[in-house]
Design a protein around this ligand. Sequence first.
Ligand code: VG1
Ligand code: CO
Length: 543
Amino acid sequence: MQIRDIATAPMRGQNAGTSGLRRKTRDYMAPLFLENYVQAILDGTGGAAGKTYVLGGDGRYFNAAAIQIILRILAGNGADRVIVGQGGLLSTPAASHLIRKTGADGGFILSASHNPGGIDADFGLKYNMANGGPATETMTAAIVAASEAITRIRMADSADIDLDALGAVAIGAMQVRIIDPVADYLALMEDLFDLDAIAALIAGGFTLRFDAMHAVTGPYARALLVDRCGASPDSLMNATPLPDFGGGHPDPNPVWAADLMGLMMGPDAPDFGAASDGDGDRNMIVGRGCYVTPSDSLALIADRAELAKGYRRGLAGVARSMPTSGAVDRVAAAKGIACFETPTGWKFFGNLLDTGQITLCGEESAGTGSDHIREKDGLWAVLMWLNIVAVTGQSVADLMAAHWRTYGRNYYSRHDYEDVDSAVAAVLMADLRGRLDSLPGQSFAGLRVTAADDFAYADPVDGSVSTSQGLRLHFAGGARAVLRLSGTGTSGATLRVYLEQLVAAPGDLHQDAGDVLAPLAAAVDAVAGISGRTGRTAPDVKT
Ligand code: VG1
Ligand code: CO
């Protein structure tokens, strides 16, 4: 087999965002784009010679073709071994687990997560490290530097391999092993949760519906919920992965999982509903007539995790991303355990998990997880909830009501303004940033600012500092707003406004969140001038 050096030019302005590099699919398919990026990852991480990698993706358009290209580059660069999910499929949590289990040096996960798929939609690639977690900012910077210095792509002149055939195959000196993408993950869940208790719950008549959104979790959910726990096959919705996710956004929230939400809020609702995203790392939890915000889900899990066998020893500590509500902080305070506040993005949890300082962590964007892997994990959260329900015998709504009675309720909502003109969004943020110091003491739409800052984080393990991670505004009466720009979009800018209002127990804990947060939303618009600057009178998506 021949190895060729293909001359190429440095990439410019391809800085990866919150989670890997996301671009339009056609950009990824353009000559040498993917090739450049993969070679830069190898160059920026000390080369591939003698190394082992995990490779797979969420099945979106270009997934399989991209895998064939990456295999040729890995072979060209002297990699020793590559473990690939059958059919090119691996959920993000399954890939993270495989990297750890096999002692791989790293992994390539092909996904743009919850972004739509298809030739005219989005594609993405994230590189995960030997701990199974997303590349840190330091490693990302090294990859970006390599991409700016790149002159050649080293590729094996090899034919495509059959991604569907389980077993081993060689590309030159490199061994490729095609494995069942589900089996190892299933075994891990079996270790963490009492699946027999969940099976008994279901056998006793408990009903559920899981929406895989035509993305990667279909096969995982079938193996776990139907085959292992005995749920009826029609408990699964949209369980066949499709290259375009059936034309939808594989984003598990009340807006994009509207069918499931309609069912759960209607007269024929099953006991439990859940959904996951494109690559299987996000989750939505809904009880009959009761949507659980991701921030509340994290808090409830932190409170009750000890009911699951993998967490019986208790929690070392917890962490949440900064925009996530403070609900989990209240649980941590009551338990006397540490609670860390990190920037948005799972990569910031890695060091805390690696050093055993936290057991659980989560984000408001439907991500929850633990130290079992180094990514958030959609089906893990579903099984955790089912395990808690099975042990307590309480419904989702009753569990949440009891939680609020103990800890109070952090009413919460995120407002997204999508595809805003990038320059307008940048000016809006810069202007507000420049005025932060003058805001405390001033009132906007009747709410007085008590504190304002631009969030910066110093990693307690490696000391690295990340600045400009979101503008935080605290208001009198226990309200907080955060403004930041998305790092995962592929067109224009997405402005995210995170709204939170604490109502301490025994206050009114069963109000409509939209009503509770309306004054805060008005105050944010007054202070930041969102409608005036963007011309938008309402957000595109409220979750
Ligand atoms: C969004 C979320 C963030 C999450 C990231 C990746 O980032 O807000 O919490 O970590 O997506 O999620 P941003 O920069 O657009 O706000 V996913 O499921 O890619 O892996
Ligand atoms: Co995802």
